[in-house]
Every structure is written in structure tokens, then in C-alpha cells.
Write a protein that binds this ligand. Structure first.
Ligand SMILES: C[S@@+](CC[C@H](N)C(=O)[O-])C[C@H]1O[C@@H](n2cnc3c(N)ncnc32)[C@H](O)[C@@H]1O
Length: 279
């Protein structure tokens, strides 16, 4: 059983799976449900995955909210990146501790939370966001879920106007990412990775065209990630009838140096090459 502490968020789900409550554990407090109350002390004793009984007998399972529970529970004013896509973006972006990452825009901060967790306190995340209300709200969600994150800075500005500094990764979730491609020449280190999240294929086409024309990128991959849930109940084992189908496309690409600008000069001797091959 994983232990809980006062101050932790918990979710309580009744044994019939009809009600679900969120609370934060506090010493000396009781939580009221339609089936009576539960002492916070007993929730703490049950721990993550454990079971407590309310005063009128209903049993509740205790859960510590996961990343998915948390971000899917955020009351949304901007569309978030769905966790199934976030998972893929972290892998294709090769996100690991020690990187300097730039993201735009911050939206609700769902991707920021995932990036900060993957950095594990090493490296930095900078978020550009045009709307100051979104910037402020997202920072509230990030603080609420992760606590203080001194390696995160938020700048209220448009990334279309340029990038200050140089980053190992750039993650874009905004409507017209092609405006960022010229700025990524200086803003993304050679060897770095660009990840773009886009809901429509026309946006993808404009972005990939801009990337190709810039000559700054190689290994440009466009894909969508489809999660197909199955029903497994008795003899009924089949894909679910109704599923959430499309979220967005992901583009990943590597920032590369130009073939017209190699780092060294050599005296080219074509005949010697031929001689080597004959030996
Ligand atoms: C779909 S939301 C991002 C959601 C975020 N990735 C998340 O997971 O919560 C798009 C955000 O981009 C911001 N945005 C749009 N254009 C921008 C720009 N030029 N520079 C910075 N942010 C921008 C919007 O204000 C909005 O907050």
C-alpha cells in the first residue's frame, strides 16, 4: 500500500462506482458523503488503493490522483493535449532530465506538468503564452499539482515574434506554428528536436512545408496516435462500439546543420578516392 500524507489530494470512489469525490487530506477533518462521513485520518490509514467505510456503511476506495486524473479533471478554458498524445510527445521528443525546453502556448499547463515531471528538477522549462490570464491560471494548476517549480519560467509574449536564447527542445501547441520555423534557426540547437501538435491536416501541411523549405530539419515525421479501447466482459471481447477517435496530429523533426555549411574544409581529391576503392 502506498502511503499518503496530510496535504495530499485523494479521490474517493464508492464500491458501486456511482460517486467520485476529490478532497485534500487535513488532520482532524471528516469528509461528508451521501452515505455519512469518513474521517480523513482513516483515509490516510487506508492509503492509495485502500478501502474506507463511511459512517452509514458504504465502502470507498481511496486513490491518489494520477497525472491523467488531474489534467482530465481541470475545468478547461483551452484545449489540453490529451495524455495519450503527451506520452508519445515525451518519447518522440526524447525528453529527459537536464534539457532546456521551450513550449508555446501554455494553455492549461497540461503539457508543462508532464515536461516538468520528466525533467525531474534538472534542466529548465520556459513557456511562452500570449494570454496573461492563461499564463496565470496554468501556473496555478502547475503549482497545485507539482508544488513550487523553480526551473520553470513563464513569459507572456507571442512566439511568432521571436525566441530569446537557445533550447534543446521546442514543443508547439498553437494554431500557426509555421511562423515559428524561421525563429527556430537560432532558437533550437542543431541536434535538438521540434515537436508540434496540430488538430487539422491542413495545418500540418503548412507546417511541414515551412520546415522542408527552411532546410533546417530532417527526419520529419507526421503521425497520429490512436488509442483503441476494448471491452473485455465475460465472453464479450471486442473493441468498444463508441470511441473517441481523433485528437490531433504530431509532427516530430530533428534540427540539423546544412550540407552547404560543413564545420570543416577539406582539399577534395577525387582521384585518391577512386584509388582507395580499388585497393
Ligand atoms: C491549445 S492551447 C495549449 C494547451 C497546452 N498545450 C496544454 O496542454 O494545456 C494553445 C495556447 O496557445 C496560446 N497561443 C496562441 N498563439 C500563441 C503565440 N503566438 N505565442 C504564444 N502562445 C500562443 C493560446 O493562448 C493557448 O493558450
Amino acid at each position: 500500500m502506498s502511503s499518503l500524507n496530510y496535504g495530499d489530494k485523494v479521490i474517493l470512489v464508492d464500491e458501486k462506482k456511482k460517486s467520485r469525490h476529490n478532497t485534500v487530506l487535513k488532520e482532524g477533518i471528516r469528509f461528508s458523503t451521501q452515505y455519512g462521513f469518513i474521517e480523513h485520518e482513516d483515509i490516510l490509514k487506508a492509503g492509495d488503493g485502500g478501502v474506507v467505510k463511511a459512517s452509514k456503511g458504504m465502502k470507498y476506495r481511496v486513490y491518489s490522483p494520477s497525472y491523467i486524473d488531474y489534467v482530465m479533471g481541470i475545468k478547461r478554458r483551452a484545449q489540453i493535449i490529451y495524455p495519450k498524445d503527451t506520452a508519445v510527445m515525451l518519447m518522440w521528443g526524447d525528453i529527459h532530465p537536464g534539457l532546456d525546453i521551450l513550449e508555446a502556448g501554455i494553455g492549461q499547463g497540461a503539457l508543462s506538468i508532464a515536461l516538468l515531471r520528466a525533467l525531474g528538477g534538472q534542466g529548465t522549462l520556459t513557456s511562452y503564452e500570449v494570454r496573461d490570464d492563461f499564463a496565470e491560471q496554468a501556473q496555478g494548476f502547475i503549482r497545485d499539482y507539482l508544488g513550487e517549480t523553480p526551473n520553470h519560467s513563464v513569459e507572456v509574449r507571442s512566439i511568432y515574434d521571436g525566441i530569446d536564447g537557445q533550447y534543446d527542445r521546442i514543443m508547439l501547441d498553437l494554431p500557426e506554428p509555421w511562423h515559428v520555423i524561421p525563429h527556430s534557426k537560432e532558437g533550437l540547437k542543431v541536434g535538438g528536436t521540434l515537436i508540434v501538435y496540430l488538430p487539422t491536416i491542413l495545418q500540418v501541411k503548412s507546417c511541414v512545408d515551412a520546415m522542408e523549405e527552411s532546410g533546417l530539419y530532417d527526419d520529419i515525421e507526421t503521425f497520429e496516435f490512436i488509442k483503441r479501447p476494448w471491452k473485455v466482459e465475460g465472453r464479450s471481447v471486442r473493441p468498444e462500439m463508441w470511441t473517441f477517435n481523433h485528437s490531433a496530429f504530431i509532427i516530430s523533426a530533428k534540427r540539423v546543420g546544412s550540407f552547404t555549411e560543413p564545420v570543416n574544409e577539406v582539399e577534395e581529391k577525387p582521384s585518391e578516392t577512386g584509388a582507395d576503392e580499388e585497393e
